[in-house]
Design a protein. Sequence first.
Length: 137
Amino acid sequence: MRPGRLDPEQERCARAGLEAALAAGAAVLDKREDALDAVEAAVRVLEEDVCFNAGRGSVLTAGGCIELDAAIMDGRTRAAGAVAGLRTTRAPISLARRLLDEGPHVFLSGKGADEFARDHGLEQVENSWFEVPERRR
């Protein structure tokens, strides 16, 4: 197998995850809800799927932990929200969306971003929750 190519099982997993993300976004749009809601729903599916390097299943840093980033933008208004270096916020895209909608800032990182998420009721998990054996290897 050539470097950068997926083996058949990895490809099956990736395709299933992409189909699930598309279905989540489409379900939101079918209800005539906002496109940003559809984007957030689709990305949440990817963040929960161990086949993707987003959320659960992310690669480890050189220090052996997982740090997460996300960003979202409303093209109509150019409003944006972005987060980086999260370690305990389960849904980085939802935090980025919260910043877009309500935050006094456009970008937060590290401990301050996780604290903002906690203060605004977003689910927190241990950093180890994001790790999967394949990435540790």
